[in-house]
Design a protein around this ligand. Structure first.
Ligand SMILES: C[C@@]1(CC(=O)O)c2cc3[nH]c(cc4nc(cc5[nH]c(cc(n2)[C@H]1CCC(=O)O)[C@@](C)(CC(=O)O)[C@@H]5CCC(=O)O)C(CC(=O)O)=C4CCC(=O)O)c(CCC(=O)O)c3CC(=O)O
Ligand SMILES: NC(=O)C1=CN([C@@H]2O[C@H](COP(=O)(O)OP(=O)(O)OC[C@H]3O[C@@H](n4cnc5c(N)ncnc54)[C@H](O)[C@@H]3O)[C@@H](O)[C@H]2O)C=CC1
Length: 239
């Protein structure tokens, strides 16, 4: 039985051993979450070198050596060689560093879910390592249900909550209000980019600011478009 968490890894030093297809995916996810990513890879690909140019990762062009683990908090063993991955895991274990092993789920300290991201909304899917192909398929199914409109929808809910909490705390009153908003037609109006209808729903809370709020949320985040979201590979379809 695993324990799900959302880690704050901003500025955390993370090591990816092996920058092939899998290592690259892990490195990208880490960089998108703001980690300091080092990749140990004797033959870096063009894509990996591009990432280094953009300042997303730092490459050490060499084979893994245990001293690479110095100062690291998370490590990903992602070479195609089982014995190298096992060595990485063993050395990380000695140092108390959490390790993800690409070819040995059961020996890993943690593994990664498939992700649907819509701004701060994040759905994580795990099959406990039984079927990554199923995790990927479910991710694609969920992307259709949780479409781009969820991004402005959640932005708006966040702003309304801020406004109300600034006016004072009233947990009981707020609960009903927020429940009605998330269960009502607001999402549909955002999807249709119907600014007037959104404003009408917001009026009881935002008063004179309702229209400005409705415009800013729908114009800043038009429902039809998903902006580049850190950590979002979901739109790329493939893994
Ligand atoms: C245990 C885990 C460890 C970890 O990496 O954290 C792991 C392990 C392994 N994956 C393997 C294969 C594939 N992995 C994918 C895809 C993803 N794999 C991911 C996670 C995980 N993979 C962790 C468990 C997650 C869970 O299920 O709970 C995802 C969700 C997230 C991510 O990696 O970012 C990402 C989907 C992202 C997306 O698309 O949204 C595909 C799909 C494809 O490419 O089409 C295939 C081929 C099809 C298949 O095998 O199912 C093999 C080789 C098996 C072999 O040799 O045959 C192993 C090793 C083994 O099982 O021994
Ligand atoms: N966890 C996951 O999501 C998945 C895991 N896998 C497993 O992940 C592993 C890697 O798969 P791919 O990325 O497709 O392989 P790949 O062959 O594309 O990449 C492996 C990389 O490791 C590098 N490497 C080899 N020896 C090294 C060393 N001593 N030090 C540093 N780097 C070294 C190679 O130069 C190569 O670039 C395989 O064991 C595979 O079974 C495969 C698919 C998905």
């Amino acid at each position: 039985m695993s324990y799900p968490v959302f880690l704050n890894i901003k500025d955390l030093s993370c090591l990816v051993v092996g920058g092939g297809r899998v290592g690259l995916r892990k490195a990208r996810g880490l960089a998108d979450a703001g980690a300091r990513v080092r990749v140990v890879e004797p033959k870096p690909s063009e894509t990996l070198l591009e990432m280094e140019k953009k300042g997303l990762v730092q490459i050490k062009e060499a084979e893994f050596a245990p001293e690479d683990l110095g100062g690291m908090r998370l490590v990903f063993a992602a070479t195609q060689k089982a014995e190298v991955n096992a060595l990485v895991a063993q050395e990380a274990g000695k140092r108390g560093i959490w390790c993800n092993i690409a070819d040995a789920p059961l020996a890993s300290d943690f593994f990664l879910p498939a992700l649907v991201r819509r701004g701060d909304l994040m759905l994580a899917i795990s099959t406990g390592g039984k079927s990554p192909a199923l995790a990927r398929k479910l991710r694609m199914d969920l992307e259709k249900i949780f479409d781009a409109a969820y991004l402005p929808f959640l932005e708006l809910m966040g702003r309304l909550r801020e406004m109300l909490l600034a006016q004072g705390h009233d947990p009981d009153g707020h609960r009903d209000l927020f429940r009605n908003l998330v269960e009502g037609p607001l999402l549909e109006y955002i999807r249709e980019e119907d600014v007037e209808a959104v404003a009408r729903l917001l009026e009881p809370i935002a008063g004179a600011d309702a229209m400005a709020l409705a415009v800013s949320v729908t114009k800043e985040h038009p429902a039809g478009k998903i902006p580049e979201i850190p950590g979002d590979f979901s739109e790329k379809g493939d893994s």
